[in-house]
Design a protein around this ligand. Structure first.
Ligand code: EZ4
Ligand code: CO
Length: 412
């Protein structure tokens, strides 16, 4: 099974997606997600200009060898662009191998360790009534775990709160906030950590009073706090029994989590911007976190994330793979096959893609009563309609950024 062609497909149905499609000499095709939100074309170039020529003629069965070859032969290791490109190759090769075997991919990863994957969705509102509506709508859609983000009094626009939300509803349309915006320049949001720290505990108190003690609730701090601020937030949220507090401090400094950990029993999740096991080394061995947030797409693929999660498993740390709409249906399916197979699955983030995205990517995974399943088609179970994809050319899009009231650029 030799790789005969490798095509990089860029499409923007509801948002930009980059997909690698490998075709073998025996006519099989494999797909890999290479979408790096807001920096999509850099991965396109990395693949087209530097990786595709290396793939032609290679044995598609040699997944580990190909991974090591791409990682080590580049000399310039790690980084989100490199690791997204390697991930796309790795996932496409797993898709091919599973198709060649005639099995759903999770069977090749060891088989199912559970019947389905607990998923969480994103509820948000500019104030408590709007947030409650969003939570109710998620419950109606079957979600059994919910992330809570709200506006903060005095702030105009902040992460995770729909500014132009189609306010939920079970219409099948996108109901979530949309962090990357199609625009020639990044949108500016505002931020005030003290106002946020004062406001958030009351929000969780209100949600627990309204929706009860049972439902797992999550929150994303999106890298905005100092370690001592994060410690304070973790402590003040303890009465509300969070499933996790995500990205409480900027991700570069692993030692920051040591300080947070010493002060709070609120479970911690981190890693959506990480791209190798080295970003986790201290966090895992010192047991400073509870959940690994990496996506297959941004961490070098199934082969690499599997190793990180096996390492984490020795320390009772579980998976919580990143699953926003900027992970394509191909990347989501890869996450689901891996999540079904590993023992230390924790939870899977899941937001429905828009209708146009679903017209480009045909998917066989299911979302039933809040549980995901990758389906039982051979391979990943996702196909890409190249003609449909061609209808939606790339559009410039940027993630927003933050300024404090005095104009200082802050973490977004
Ligand atoms: O901001 O995926 O937990 N989810 C998140 C996401 C990220 C975007 C960045 O591309 O933090 O909404
Ligand atoms: Co996040």
């Amino acid at each position: 099974m030799k790789i005969q062609s490798a095509e990089v497909i860029v499409t923007s149905p509801d948002r930009n997606f980059v997909t690698l499609k490998l075709t073998t000499d025996d006519g099989l095709t494999g797909l890999g997600d290479a979408t790096l939100n807001g920096r999509e074309l850099s991965v396109v170039s990395y693949l087209r200009d530097h990786v595709v020529p290396l793939l032609i003629g290679r044995d598609a069965h040699q997944i580990e060898d190909t991974w090591q070859f791409l990682y080590r032969s580049a000399y310039w290791r790690r980084g989100p662009v490199t690791m997204a490109a390697i991930a796309a190759v790795d996932v496409a090769l797993w898709d091919l191998k599973a198709k060649a075997a005639g099995m759903p991919l999770y069977q090749l990863l060891g088989g199912a360790s559970r019947t389905g994957l607990l998923a969480y969705g994103h509820a948000s509102g500019k104030d408590i009534p709007e947030l409650f509506d969003s939570v109710r709508s998620h419950l109606e859609q079957g979600y059994q775990a919910i992330r809570i983000q709200t506006g903060v009094p005095g702030l105009k626009a902040i992460y995770g709160v729909a500014s132009n939300a189609t306010a939920a509803g079970n219409t099948g349309k996108r109901y979530d906030h949309e962090p990357a915006q199609r625009a020639p320049l990044p949108a500016e949001e505002d931020w005030d950590t003290r106002a946020y720290l004062r406001h958030l505990p009351g929000v969780f108190e209100a949600v627990r009073n309204e929706f009860g003690a049972d439902i797992p609730l999550l929150h994303d701090g999106h890298h905005r706090m100092t370690p001592i601020q994060a410690a304070k937030l973790g402590k003040s949220l303890e009465p509300y029994d969070l499933f996790w507090l995500e990205d409480c401090t900027p991700a570069e400094n692993q030692a920051a989590l040591r300080l947070v950990r010493q002060h709070t029993t609120t479970p911690l999740a981190i890693g959506e911007v990480f791209n190798t096991v080295w970003d986790y080394q201290g966090l895992i061995t010192e047991q400073l976190i509870d959940y690994v947030r990496s996506a297959v797409t941004h961490t070098g693929g199934i082969s690499a994330l599997r190793k990180i999660l096996d390492f984490a498993a020795q320390y009772q740390i579980k998976s919580g793979m990143h699953g926003p709409t900027d992970i394509s249906p191909v990347g989501m399916a890869a996450a689901m096959h891996l999540g079904l197979a590993i023992h230390n699955f924790g939870i899977q983030e899941y937001m429905k893609h828009g209708a146009l995205t679903d017209s480009v990517f045909q998917q066989s995974f299911t979302f039933t009563d809040g549980m995901l399943h990758p389906g039982d088609q051979p391979g990943l179970g996702v196909s890409l309609d190249v003609d449909e994809a061609g209808k939606y050319p790339y559009q410039t899009a940027y993630l927003p950024y933050n300024r404090l009231h005095d104009g200082t650029v802050h973490d977004w």
